[in-house]
Design a protein around this ligand. Structure first.
Ligand SMILES: Cc1cc2nc3c(=O)[nH]c(=O)nc-3n(C[C@H](O)[C@H](O)[C@H](O)COP(=O)(O)OP(=O)(O)OC[C@H]3O[C@@H](n4cnc5c(N)ncnc54)[C@H](O)[C@@H]3O)c2cc1C
Length: 500
């Protein structure tokens, strides 16, 4: 008999799971509470301008390519994309710039302009991390179902590289003597919403991934990926029901058997949750039923930072900007301390600006361009009242943008949207507004992260940034591969499209 699977949420994780399960012959229904697919990877559209709501860096397309291939499609045909070179420009508040490229010779020359003594370290960094990633990749591709999985050969092989006592920043200080270069190869921990001074050293593989496999821009924006996934899923027979929120997951004993929506009870042989983990647990499953991940336990977990966002439709173009531009505050440590521990707003914040129209003119009307501005800030905390800060902080951000040459910006803005951590929490259903989910410290990784086959209930699975391996598109796609394999095995389905 055909198995019925309900997926709660049409984010990248939910859509990838839908494709794989439909290919394996399941009858798949995706419930999405918003009016469009994509979740944090959906578009923001206004007055003919188009932005990505969240992701703008597409790293390591190989995982999604594999998923498309498994369902008989070619990702590159469905979504044309360009590898960016230079991949980004770093501007240091402390002085100096670095135009980062994956061409080792040009990159060594760029590094030499900042710190001649560090120029040769780049190749050593690449060589060491190539080995590290090769050892760790199997851990990202397999489930962690309990502590005994830590004893498996794949993890034992990576232990010498794990160095749990060492932060990412301390690790990079072993390569580069110039503090700006240490930051140039560690700020990527912000992709996980973490400080490089606290993030495990293991995550040097993130900057390595950029240099080794490139940073890609899907034409139209990263949301072109989720749109294509929804299109392919629909072709495979998946029913995607927009504006139909899950209200409760229903159980018989400890087994998930249905999802209740405003349209009634939807029976299922298995349920996959893609909605933000903290939000889904605290709203879809009564606290009394949860033994391990109770409301109180979730509230005590460490969460990632949040973001203050500005989406700006601009008259003309800023050709002096690269596609990706990152400003690192003069006192970066202080900036991170304010975000992660003091939960106050920085007056000299680091920020990121995407200026995609030089690469992709589909995102703005002729003669115009878009700027996407992201400022990492604390997740929701009583210290910050966004109803009061929203407009004041806009002025702080405009002042920062003037530091990288955008001093005439305000008069060129033709349309604008701002999203604060309060919006992420209240409008987009993200627990504490922590845009990158649970933090990725060692105490919340591998078997200690909420598991793909959710440990509390039968026939309930998680996909997306809240489960193993973690936040960020490539690993979210890995989570879909892992969770669907487990689900299909539990249902006795032998036609899994991808082997583990
Ligand atoms: C500002 C920002 C920038 C980012 N930048 C990058 C980047 O450059 N590169 C990168 O790789 N990653 C980036 N990420 C991280 C990550 O890739 C994205 O957040 C990604 O979209 C997360 O995917 P997900 O599958 O976990 O689900 P989500 O995108 O969170 O989607 C979950 C879906 O579930 C739906 N939902 C929630 N509750 C219910 C309910 N009760 N019923 C039905 N549906 C429900 C939501 O509406 C949503 O559509 C960024 C994230 C943010 C926020």
């Amino acid at each position: 008999m055909t198995s019925r699977v309900i997926i709660v949420g049409a984010g990248p994780g939910g859509l990838a799971a839908a494709m794989l399960l439909a290919r394996a012959g399941c009858k798949v229904t995706v419930l999405e509470k918003q009016s469009q697919v994509g979740g944090r990877t959906s578009p923001v559209e206004m007055d003919g301008f188009r932005f990505d709501l969240g992701p703008t860096f597409f790293l390591y397309p190989q995982v999604l390519e594999e998923i498309f291939a498994a369902v008989g499609r070619d990702l590159r045909r469905e979504v044309p994309m360009r590898r960016l070179d230079p991949q980004y420009r770093l501007i240091f508040g402390a002085g100096g710039e670095l135009l980062c490229t994956s061409d080792p010779e040009r990159m060594a020359a760029e590094i030499a302009k900042l710190a001649p003594a560090d120029a040769t370290a780049f190749r050593r960094f690449l060589a060491d991390n190539r080995v590290k990633l090769a050892k760790f990749a199997p851990c990202l591709q397999a489930p962690f179902l309990g502590w005994t999985d830590l004893l498996q050969p794949r993890l034992l092989a990576v232990l010498p590289h794990l160095k749990p006592w060492k932060s990412l920043h301390a690790e990079l200080a072993g390569y580069f003597s110039d503090p700006r270069l240490q930051l140039a190869f560690t700020f990527q921990s912000k992709y996980l919403g973490m400080s490089p001074f606290q993030c495990p050293s293991l995550f040097s593989i993130l900057s390595f991934l950029e240099y080794e496999h490139g940073i890609w821009h899907p034409i139209g924006g990263c949301h072109s990926l989720t749109r294509a996934m929804a299109r392919v899923a629909a072709d495979l027979g998946v029913e995607i029901r927009l504006r139909e929120p899950a209200e409760e997951i229903l159980f018989e004993g400890r087994r998930a058997v249905a999802v209740r929506t405003p349209q009634g009870e939807q029976p299922a042989d298995a349920v996959v949750v893609n909605a933000d983990f903290g939000h889904a647990m605290t709203t879809l499953i009564p606290n009394r039923l949860r033994r391990k991940w109770t409301d109180a336990v979730i509230a005590r977990k460490r969460f990632s930072c949040s973001t203050y966002m500005m989406y700006l439709g601009i008259e003309g173009r800023y050709d002096q900007l690269q596609h990706h531009n990152i400003y690192i505050a003069a006192d970066y440590r202080r900036n991170l301390e304010e975000i992660e521990n003091e939960h106050v707003l920085s007056e000299d914040p680091s920020f990121y600006v995407q200026n995609p129209c030089g690469t992709d003119d589909t995102m703005a009307p002729p003669g115009h361009s878009t700027l996407y501005v992201l400022v990492p800030v604390s997740h929701q905390h009583p210290n910050i009242d966004w109803a009061r800060e929203r407009d004041r902080y806009r002025q702080v951000v405009l002042r920062q943008l003037a530091k990288i040459g955008l001093d005439d910006l305000e008069r060129r803005i033709r349309c604008e949207r701002v999203i604060t951590p309060a919006d992420w929490e209240n409008r987009l259903g993200i627990y504490k507004g922590a845009t990158f989910n649970l933090a990725h410290n060692l105490g919340q990784m591998l078997h200690l992260r909420p598991r793909n086959r959710f440990e509390e209930f039968e026939r309930l699975y998680l996909v997306g940034g809240g489960t193993h391996p973690g936040s960020g598109l490539p690993v979210i796609f890995e989570s879909a591969k892992i969770s669907t394999q487990l689900l299909l095995a539990d249902l006795g389905n032998r036609s899994a499209p991808l082997g583990m």
